[in-house]
Design a protein around this ligand. Structure first.
Ligand code: KG4
Ligand code: ZN
Length: 344
């Protein structure tokens, strides 16, 4: 079954064609960094206008990449929500119009289900598993029962993990998009520490710039206190020291986030008995997170860890096509033209 996926929930305009939920025939992603960077974050109105300008071209390029035509497509899957309402509407109306024009069925997909299905792309990975979804809008531990059913065990009670990365990146005077740049900055400090194993180097990292881990009940998280701790640090140390030590501070922040997520996921694994672990969402691209998780959830420790390829961690339409495929296989029903966007 060939599924055309369309994703426009935030600032990526994306289309993809995926065969049977796993094999990618084409994958086009346009990230609207240029439109938003001078504003320091995503401007919803600009995002919808960009989607509108780009979506037809992206869909056509996707078909060209796969050397396919509309008549070859079996189903159109589109992100229905959550996301920016105006942006979602561009994708949904594109999907409905294409379906109407070419006499195809159309199915709406939950963006989070898409991130879960990113794990099935170009892989033979199977549920059940525990999924840590860490993106700009979500921080959740999800118990994935099968290809379409999942249960949210815990989530952030305030800022999403990616949101905390982006806000702390702003404190560190990094341009948008902050998360990946903060990661790069932290890596430069990590490289210094690898080459400098002196006690002084270690004590800086684990002493002066250590941040507290928020204590939250059950499987929930909180990141707003950590963000405030970085702000307090900035206000309490001399400007030149802040400027000099930014990379170390970024690394300490990143390590704290990683530890926070790791502890809760270990707890969830212990309580559910599920030893198959997956990380998904944009923050899953983070270098410290990937390294720490690989160490903790190793096969020697009795775990099976899946980390989708970096290009599948951030928003893309291949994961939406995959989710659409599995949803259609499960219900054998499409959505029809009455389908609407949901922002939350
Ligand atoms: O999943 P995603 O592409 O979009 C949402 O659905 O939100 O995630 C975007 C988020 C942003 O907050 C971005 O700063 C963060 O993921 N991100 C990272 C990294 N790459 C992307 N955060 C930390 N380290 C990274 N390498
Ligand atoms: Zn996402």
């Amino acid at each position: 079954m060939l599924v055309l996926g369309i994703e426009t929930s935030c600032d990526e305009t994306a289309a993809a064609i995926v065969k049977d939920g796993r094999k990618i025939l084409a994958n086009q992603v346009y990230t609207q960094t240029r439109a938003h960077e001078k504003w320091g974050g995503v401007v919803p109105e600009l995002a919808s206008r960009e989607h509108l300008l780009l979506i037809n071209q992206i869909v056509n390029e996707t078909l060209n990449e796969a050397s396919l035509r509309f008549k070859d497509i079996d189903l159109i899957a589109v992100t229905q929500g959550p996301g920016l309402l105006g942006s979602l509407l561009v994708g949904i109306n594109t999907a409905k119009t294409l379906a109407w024009l070419h006499d195809k069925e159309v199915i709406g997909v939950n963006h989070l289900h898409g991130h879960i299905c990113a794990n099935f792309l170009e892989s033979s990975f199977k549920p059940p598993f525990l999924c840590l979804l860490v993106s700009g809008g979500h921080t959740q531990i999800i118990k994935v029962l099968d290809y379409v059913n999942y249960e949210i065990l815990g989530e952030s009670i305030d800022d999403a993990c990616g949101e905390a990365f982006d806000k702390v990146a702003k404190l560190l005077e990094l341009p948008y998009p902050g998360g990946p740049l903060l990661d790069k900055l932290a890596q430069s400090a990590q490289d210094t520490f690898v080459s400098d194993s002196s006690i002084e180097a270690k004590s800086i990292l684990h002493g002066r710039y250590s941040f507290p881990i928020a204590q939250v009940d059950n499987f929930d998280f909180s990141f707003s206190g950590l963000k405030t701790a970085v702000l307090r640090l900035k206000q309490s140390i001399p400007e030149d020291l802040w400027q000099k030590d930014k990379a170390k501070i970024a690394l300490a922040f990143q390590q704290t986030v990683s530890k926070t997520l790791l502890r809760k996921l270990l707890k969830a694994s212990n309580e559910t008995g599920i030893r198959k672990i997956v990380i998904a969402g944009g923050v899953a691209a983070n270098s410290t997170l990937r390294a720490e998780f690989a160490k903790e959830f190793s096969s020697q420790n009795g775990f099976e860890l899946a980390k989708p390829e970096l290009r599948f961690c951030t928003d893309n339409a291949a994961m939406i096509a995959s989710a659409g495929y599995f949803r259609y296989q499960s219900s054998k029903e499409s959505c029809g033209f009455s389908m609407e966007a949901f922002s939350r």
